[in-house]
Design a protein around this ligand. Structure first.
Ligand code: FAD
Length: 316
């Protein structure tokens, strides 16, 4: 029997497995499939967590986020560097590649069919497993019900080569249109929604010929994080809007708190704040430039930036 079973094979499962081994726990990872590729913004809290567990902070360093209106006029520069906070960007697939050489925990590549509150895991091939201490679940299908918010918007995500943004995220944020250009080295991820005219003006018409992946967004906030021996983390508990760049960042803190034996109250509070903040940002760009500007002004303060960078309640 294993101390800890970790369900999933994404970045959170790899992080949890490494952390569990460092704590001397006998861990078993069970998962199947490769997650779809996307961009990732890694905030100060996540970079510190990754440094402690893997010895380095991965990704392409950025200074902050430059916000423009639809006429491409600058509105705000959220300078993480000015507040002494780091912001890195990278592809999700690159993060997984970066983590894999450290993966030493016993692993079963198989489909998980069911999970119960006692921590019993049943695989599609009929095998069953249970953990002595806990099951860390990163598979979203195994936790309901949730407070759901269906975003009316459809996001298009593209990867392309451009030098329009180099050392900062460029964000067009105006009524009815949204785009973020996240640079990492010689390429960038471009995510957009609504009217793409300003994006075309910035990147040229050819951007529309780059294949785009469509994302129909829904976010949720789970009601139950811990059920008996099972703890749901990451998107198995809540999905925050990609706007805030917090999904993975927040969940690394949750896993750390769990394996260090700290309570999860602070994590739940933080998750809820980020979930609500993401929805507020989402509504603001579609509805009111005034609301958008107010939110950016609130963020451009010491507490705002510490919230965004995940270090507001940092105490270790
Ligand atoms: C467009 C976009 C941009 C984002 N940007 C950011 C960002 O900037 N910063 C940030 O912090 N977060 C961001 N996120 C969120 C972040 O990507 C996720 O929160 C995080 O990757 C979740 O990691 P995970 O390991 O839990 O899930 P996943 O990577 O989805 O891994 C789950 C794994 O479980 C496997 N699996 C699923 N079902 C089963 C089953 N039944 N049996 C066995 N295996 C199974 C899957 O195949 C997969 O390998 C973004 C998300 C999106 C969509």
């Amino acid at each position: 029997m294993h101390d800890i079973i970790i369900l999933g094979q994404g970045a959170l499962a790899l992080f949890a497995a490494r952390k569990a081994l460092m704590k001397g726990e006998k861990a078993l990872v069970i998962g199947e499939g490769v997650p779809f590729d996307r961009f990732l913004l890694l905030h100060e809290n996540a970079l510190r967590r990754l440094e402690r567990v893997f010895g380095a902070a991965p990704g392409h360093p950025l200074t902050g986020v430059k916000v423009l209106n639809r006429h491409l006029e600058p509105l705000k520069f959220l300078s993480f560097a000015d507040y002494g906070l780091r912001l890195h960007a990278m592809r999700y697939s690159a993060l997984l590649e970066w983590m894999r050489p450290w993966h030493e925990a016993e692993t079963i590549t198989a489909r998980v069919a069911a999970l119960d509150g006692e921590g019993r895991v049943r695989l599609a091939d009929g095998r069953t497993f249970s953990a002595r201490k806990m099951v860390i679940n990163t598979i979203a299908a195994f936790n309901r019900p949730r407070l759901r918010f269906r975003h009316r918007k459809v996001f298009r995500m593209r990867f392309l080569q451009t030098d329009v943004a180099q050392d900062a995220v460029l964000q067009i944020n105006d009524a009815g249109c949204y785009a973020a250009i996240v640079p990492f080295g010689d390429e960038a991820a471009v995510v957009s929604s609504g009217d793409e005219t300003p994006l075309r003006a910035l990147l040229g018409e050819s951007v529309m010929k780059t294949p785009a992946m469509e994302l129909h967004l829904e976010t949720w906030c789970g009601l139950i994080m811990r059920q008996g021996r099972v703890v749901h983390v990451g998107e198995a508990f809540r999905r925050v809007h990609p706007h805030t760049g917090q999904g993975l960042n927040r969940a690394l803190d949750t896993i750390d708190a769990l394996l260090e034996g700290r309570g999860l109250g602070r994590e739940r509070l933080y998750d809820c704040l980020m979930w609500a903040g993401g929805i507020a940002l989402d509504l603001s760009w579609g509805v009111s430039p005034f609301l958008r500007d107010a939110i950016f002004s609130l963020l451009d303060t010491r507490i705002g930036m510490r919230l965004l960078s995940g270090t507001a309640f940092w105490h270790d």
